[in-house]
Design a protein around this ligand. Sequence first.
Ligand code: ZN
Ligand code: ZN
Length: 465
Amino acid sequence: MPYPTLVACRHCDALFRRPRLLPGGQTACCSRCGSTLYRESAAQLDSLCAITVAALVTFIIAQAFPIIELDANGITSESSLIGALAVLWSQGMYAVASLVFCATVLFPLVEIVALLYLLLPIRRGIVPPGFRHVMHVIGFVRPWGMLEVFMVGILVAIVKLVSISRVMPQTALFAFAALTLMLTVVAMFDFRRLWEIADSLRAPLIGGDNDPGHYAPKLRSTRDSSAEGADGVAGHVTAKDAGLACCHVCGQLESRQLLARTPRKSHKQHKPRCTRCHAPMHLRRPDSLRRTWAFLSAAAILYIPANVLPIMNTATLAHDRGDTILSGIVHFWLTGEWLIASIVFIASIMVPMLKISALALLALTSQRRSRWRTAERTTLYRVVEVIGRWSMLDIFVIALTVALVRFGTFGTVTAGPGAIAFGAVVILTMLASMQFDPRLIWDPVSRAAPVAEEPSQYTMEHPHD
Ligand SMILES: [Zn+2]
Ligand SMILES: [Zn+2]
């Protein structure tokens, strides 16, 4: 039996009662660990649809036209994103080409189209067929679409290429800039709210909280600062303590009896599933720490070849040299491009290293059931989740440079084997942070409350922004 009036924090499992109305543009935060519980988007469903349609059109323009054109002593070279991928592919860099293709073409396109497929009918009060599957697809592709990182990658590539030739921005550059802005607005919408909106459309008469007038099609857009901050609740009851399990995918709370109902032996055949999204239900991610360690160790091992092997080979008439990540940064620094040197240093050297050590620290302390600085460790986890994708920057810069610098005997750039190792490090660290269950940080400090018969008696929470 689901509990639609309760919400559990995804990061610390604290249980809250959902306020009846959260004014538009406000965010309800967990008073225990500070994570966002849910967000009422200021954008109305209508404007969200409009922006998504515009994003689709801009996406097509961005992919169809060249991004930049180089002009070195009369020899010109221009490339679109697809062209850059073709060059990488023809050089035999299949892994890097596929990686860039997925992150900048396939996944963003799937996300935009899937969102439109859901939003357009929902705006009219209809839940489209296959809603559940499409939501799962969006949840899968969303973390891997990296257009905003690619945009910064274009800018870094421009600064880099200015030193060897004249650089002329082309149509797709502006399209990518606009697309980045639009997708940022779309990303502000907490798309998991669509589960609730769909629920309310299917069963409009269950209680005031499911009143469809409150969701689609008009979302309230007033900014109300009068909502009180979290009032001090002495100790928090977690969903686990209250006898509830929280779905990892849609956030629905279900009675733990659902998990207990299946005998362990036939676990494979009858996995307990969420009644709303049909995802397998667990109290905590199964084997979270073991999987985190597996991905982390693989990432740490590959971090060595990623830094030792050349990621880019430059061949000109005069010389032929291979650049590692570090030597590329040193080159930027020596030629006076301090800002770019710092950006690439932070994205390519610092972020992966910090990410690996931060995740190792989180996994180790959770394994030892440490009670040390739980709130700070949760913040650390959130930071790791947000910055992880930015390491892909260097891969995008390489892809663009390789595609553009093709001046025959004057100079060509090819991608080196270090790029594959580096791309793998980024993916593995992202997988490691996805496998880590941050609720493990809080489990040792959660008070062992008696299992409640009626979970709604617990903490009343107010939103604050
Ligand atoms: Zn929390
Ligand atoms: Zn679910």
